[in-house]
Design a protein around this ligand. Structure first.
Ligand code: SF4
Length: 364
């Protein structure tokens, strides 16, 4: 029987987060060693398969169409392009490919069929395949599972309270519903958040409560440090300090002992020493490649040098769970249902989002 605790409270998590640092690190490293190989770190590659033009208003995101940023938008990549990039990622040590599309939610049709084909293609390369495509229904989750998807990413971003200060085009409950839909399949859940968006430490703890009280807990939790991009509502946020990142990673490790904790966006601002502390505190995955969707990321060769220096080994695929089977499109028992789910659209006013939108209008 799993010993994992699922009834965490905000106070308990805050007590952990605020411990004297040496005590926090020792406790996190002890939990980490009990559940994971401390010298193994998974290398994942994030591919933006459809960039920009997103209808949502996430305050941190340069891909939102309503803000003026200098990213170049792209239509959905072809299956061959994705295959070529996945092969390149595999040859540089990645065991997982995460494909991201700047969509509010998945719509049944040609483009989704193309994504399903990408999932089949990467699965056949013996790599773990993850997708992050926005909100999905149960039937869409089942079709992804049938194609051989290993994980679905859907971040909670922050606490339920602070979520409303960052995004107005959908509700926190929509996030939970999508995670619930994924849980109706054998696809694993990847869900985490971003620190440095102006939230309080209580919000960081609140987000960890929301994740750690899920049963089962997400198999993967990315912890991102905000990369403030010019033109987005959060462009003026001060970067989070490495100490906050270390505390967040360590706390995540303690409250979700079996989870793969992913050191995600913001690594370009971290020294090797800082990243080493995060690995010691329980981070056991990084994203490789010079870009994380649209924001900068360390070069993969630099990462491999860091691994050598620290004596770390890239994790092989399918260590935690078996490789899912792939059902070909021609043999699929599942069909698009053409559903029109009613995802919420609160549309409350977030002043800084509104200001960034007006600024973009003036520029365009
Ligand atoms: S984070 Fe995702 S949903 Fe939000 S604006 Fe960016 S691409 Fe769209």
């Amino acid at each position: 029987m799993s010993e994992t605790k699922h009834n965490w409270t905000k106070e308990e998590i805050l007590n952990i987060y605020n411990k004297p640092l040496m005590e926090l690190l020792y406790e996190a490293a002890t939990v980490h060693r009990k559940h994971h190989d401390p010298n193994t770190v998974q290398v994942s590659t994030l591919l933006s398969i459809k960039t920009g033009g997103c209808p949502e208003d996430c305050g941190y995101c340069p891909q939102a169409a309503r803000y003026h940023t200098n990213i170049e938008g792209n239509d959905l990549m072809s299956v061959q392009q994705v295959k070529a990039q996945a092969l390149r990622a595999k040859s540089s040590g990645s065991s997982r490919v995460c494909m991201g599309a700047a969509w509010r939610n998945v719509k049944d049709g040609e483009e989704f069929d193309q994504v399903l084909e990408m999932v089949r293609t990467i699965n056949k390369l013996d790599m773990e395949v993850c997708c992050t495509l926005g909100m999905i229904t149960e039937n869409q989750a089942k079709r992804l599972a049938e194609a051989g998807l290993y994980a679905y990413n859907h971040n909670l971003d922050s606490s339920e309270e602070y979520y409303k200060e960052v995004i107005s085009t959908r509700g926190f409950e929509d996030r939970l519903e999508t995670i619930d839909n994924v849980r109706k399949t054998n696809v694993t859940v990847c869900s985490g958040g971003i620190i440095g968006m102006g939230e309080k430490i209580e919000d960081r703890a609140g987000m960890l409560v929301a994740l750690a009280t899920l049963n089962p807990q997400p198999e993967s939790v990315p912890i991102n440090a905000l990369v403030a991009v010019e033109g987005t509502p959060l462009e003026d946020q001060e970067p989070v300090s490495i100490w906050e990142m270390i505390r967040m990673v360590a706390t995540t490790r303690i409250v979700m002992p079996e989870t793969q904790v992913r050191l995600s966006a913001g690594r370009t601002e971290m020294t090797r020493e800082g990243q080493a502390m995060c690995f010691f505190a329980g981070a056991n995955s990084i994203f490789a490649g010079d870009k994380l969707l649209t924001t900068p990321n360390p070069d993969v060769n630099e990462d491999m040098k860091m691994f050598e220096l620290l004596g770390l080994n890239p994790q092989k695929p399918f260590i935690k769970k078996m490789q899912p089977k792939t059902v070909e499109a021609s043999e699929s028992q599942l069909h698009p249902l053409g559903e029109k789910p009613k995802w919420t659209r609160p549309e409350h006013t977030i002043e800084r989002n509104e200001a960034a939108k007006q600024k973009a209008k003036a520029v365009k």
